[in-house]
Design a protein around this ligand. Structure first.
Ligand SMILES: [Zn+2]
Ligand SMILES: [Zn+2]
Length: 106
């Protein structure tokens, strides 16, 4: 676990996606998969810890080239930006940057 996430109490921080029964991207229902906004070993853990996951339908998740893991860079960036904004509104830019070591809004 990241040292920054450990020193700050994340209880009460609202999840990135409140409505969990529809695809974050297209609104489809049923057969949804959990996607971590930031992936890769450490980022995935921190995404999980901070509730930075969304539900995606298989198409938006894995389809090539429209899915987020299928090369849809625009969708990936849009989700990462939404997640960063969400964290920064509640905590701070410094908090986000020290955990994910990246600034997706610039
Ligand atoms: Zn979808
Ligand atoms: Zn995923």
């Amino acid at each position: 676990m990241n040292k920054w996430a450990r020193v700050i109490n994340v209880d009460g921080f609202p999840p990135l996606q409140e409505i969990r029964d529809e695809c974050w991207n297209c609104g489809a229902h049923g057969n949804l998969e959990t996607h971590h906004a930031f992936f890769g070993t450490a980022d995935r853990e921190n995404s999980k810890l901070l509730g930075l996951t969304v539900k995606l339908c298989p198409y938006c998740h894995r389809n090539q080239p429209y899915g987020i893991h299928g090369g849809n860079i625009e969708l990936d960036k849009r989700l990462k930006q939404a997640a960063q904004r969400h964290v920064e509104e509640y905590f701070s830019h410094e908090f986000f940057f020290n955990i994910f070591l990246n600034d997706y809004l610039n």
